[in-house]
Design a protein around this ligand. Structure first.
Ligand SMILES: [Mn+2]
Length: 424
C-alpha cells in the first residue's frame, strides 16, 4: 500500500477575467490563459512525480463553456494523464454541477466522474484505496451530503471527495454544509475538499482534511501561491504531504512605506527591493501586484501637483526589474505630507483655513463617516467586480486616506497659486 496522489480543486478553467479592458497595458494573454496553463502544470507535476491518481474536487469549470474548446482542452490534459497511466477522480461542484454544464463530450476511460444521483465508492484493489464521492446535481446543495457517503472499506486507505463550504467560509456560498466532527466520525483517512479558494489544512491528520485552494488565482482578491496537494502514503498511512504551487500568474499585495522617501528615484528603488523579496521563490511566473503606498513623504505633494506620478514611477521600476515579470494591477495611495500641522493650521491664510477644516471633519471616526456619507450620497449600485470601489464600503482608514489626498491636492494648488501669484 505505497502510492501517491495529487489533490486539486476549483480549477475554473477558462474563467472569464471580467473587466480586463479597464486595465490599459494589462498582459491580457497571460491572464486569460492562466487557468489553462496552471492545469498543464498540474498534469506535468503528476507525470513528473509519477503519482498514481489525481483528485479534482469540483469547480473544474466556471459554468457552461463559452464553446467546446474549453471542454476539449481539459479532455486533452486528462488524456496526457491517462497515457502516463494515472487515474483521475472528479466530483462536480456548484459551478460545474450537473445542471450547470449542458455540453457533453465523449468520456475518457480512467477518468471517473462521480454520480450526482448518490454517493459511490471506487476501489483500487491494487493500491489498497477506496475513493468515495458524489457530484452536485445542481448549483445549490443545501443539505449535508456526508451522511449519504458509504462507510469506510476495511483494510483500505479511504478517501472522501466533497465540494463543501463546511460550517461556512467567508466569501463562499454555503453549499453541502457539514462539520469537521461529521467528517471525523466518517472514519476515512483523507478528505479531499473543494469550494474554498484559499488553501486551508482543516485538520492535520486522522483524517487529514484539506481545501487545496484554487489552482490559479482569478483576480486581485485571490492572492498568494495557488496549487495542489501532493500526498504520499506508505503502508496505508500518510507519510508525507506537500503543497506545490502551480499558478502561472500570482496575485499579491505589496505595501510600500514611503516614509523618508524624497522622490521617484527613491520610491523606485524601494519598490524594486520589496518586489525582489516578493518574487524570490517564484520567479518563473507573472506577478500581478496591487500596491499600496503609505507613510509621510514629499511624494504626496508630487502626486498632488502631477497626478499619476507615483503609478508611473512604479511602472518605470517594473521596466527596470529583471528578476521576474511584474504587472501592477492597481496603485492605492495613502500618503501624508510632511507638514508641521500645528504651525500651518495657525496660519491666517487659506492654507490654515483648509487644515483647520480638515481637522474639524476628521476629529472623530463617527463624524468623519457621517461627513463622508453626506458627500458621496447614495451612489449607483456597483457590479460585484467593482465592489472594492464602492464608497459606502470604505473603512475609516480609507476615508482618512482620501481626505488626506484631497487636502494635499488643495494645498498643492494653493501653494502653486501663491508661487504663480505674480502672473495675476
Ligand atoms: Mn470554486
Amino acid at each position: 500500500m505505497n502510492f501517491s496522489f495529487l489533490h486539486a480543486a476549483d480549477l475554473h478553467v477558462d474563467s472569464p477575467l471580467r473587466g480586463l479592458d479597464a486595465y490599459p497595458g494589462a498582459p491580457v494573454d497571460s491572464l486569460r490563459g492562466a487557468t489553462r496553463q496552471a492545469l498543464v502544470r498540474l498534469v506535468d507535476l503528476a507525470i513528473g512525480r509519477r503519482v498514481d491518481f489525481v483528485l479534482l474536487a469540483g469547480d473544474i469549470y466556471d459554468g457552461n463553456w463559452a464553446d467546446f474548446r474549453t471542454g476539449l482542452f481539459f479532455r486533452e490534459q486528462m488524456l496526457r494523464l491517462r497515457r502516463a497511466d494515472i487515474l483521475v477522480f472528479v466530483v462536480k461542484g456548484n459551478h460545474d454541477a450537473e445542471s450547470q454544464i449542458t455540453q457533453k463530450l465523449p468520456e475518457v476511460e480512467g477518468v471517473h466522474v462521480f454520480s450526482a444521483a448518490g454517493s459511490e465508492t471506487v476501489e483500487l484493489a491494487g493500491l489498497g484505496v477506496a475513493v468515495h464521492g458524489r457530484s452536485f446535481p445542481q448549483r445549490a446543495v443545501p443539505e449535508d451530503l456526508v451522511p449519504t457517503y458509504p462507510a469506510p472499506v476495511a483494510g483500505r486507505f479511504n478517501i472522501g471527495m466533497l465540494h463543501t463550504s463546511l460550517t461556512g467560509r467567508e466569501g463562499h456560498d454555503p453549499y453541502a454544509p457539514t462539520t469537521v466532527e461529521t467528517l471525523v466520525d466518517k472514519g476515512y483517512d483523507y478528505f479531499a475538499l473543494g469550494h474554498v479558494h484559499a488553501r486551508e489544512v482543516v485538520r492535520e491528520a486522522n483524517p487529514r482534511i484539506v481545501f487545496p485552494g484554487n489552482l490559479q488565482g482569478r483576480h486581485a482578491r485571490e492572492t498568494g501561491p495557488k496549487g495542489c496537494e501532493l500526498v504520499k502514503v506508505e503502508g496505508g498511512r500518510i507519510a508525507a504531504t506537500e503543497f506545490v504551487a502551480l499558478d502561472v500568474v500570482r496575485w499579491s499585495r505589496l505595501r510600500i512605506d514611503a516614509s523618508g522617501l524624497d522622490g521617484v528615484d527613491a520610491l523606485a528603488r524601494r519598490f524594486v527591493a520589496l518586489a525582489g523579496e516578493q518574487v524570490a521563490d517564484a520567479r518563473d511566473r507573472l506577478h500581478a501586484l496591487r500596491v499600496r503606498v503609505d507613510g509621510e513623504s514629499p511624494l504626496h505633494g508630487l502626486e498632488a501637483r502631477e497626478p499619476g506620478t507615483i503609478a508611473a514611477a512604479l511602472q518605470a521600476a517594473c521596466q527596470d526589474f529583471d528578476e521576474a515579470e511584474l504587472w501592477i494591477e492597481q496603485v492605492r495611495l495613502a500618503l501624508r505630507s510632511p507638514i508641521d500641522r500645528a504651525a500651518s493650521a495657525a496660519r491666517p491664510d487659506a492654507i490654515g483655513e483648509v487644515l483647520r477644516l480638515v481637522d474639524a471633519i476628521a476629529e472623530d471616526d463617527e463624524q468623519l463617516r457621517a461627513w463622508f456619507a453626506a458627500q458621496v450620497g447614495d451612489g449607483p449600485k456597483l457590479p460585484a467586480a467593482l465592489a472594492d470601489a464602492d464608497p459606502s464600503l470604505l473603512d475609516v482608514d480609507a476615508i482618512r486616506a482620501l481626505l488626506a489626498d484631497a487636502e494635499a491636492t488643495v494645498l498643492a494648488r494653493l501653494s502653486g497659486a501663491a508661487q504663480d501669484g505674480s502672473d495675476g
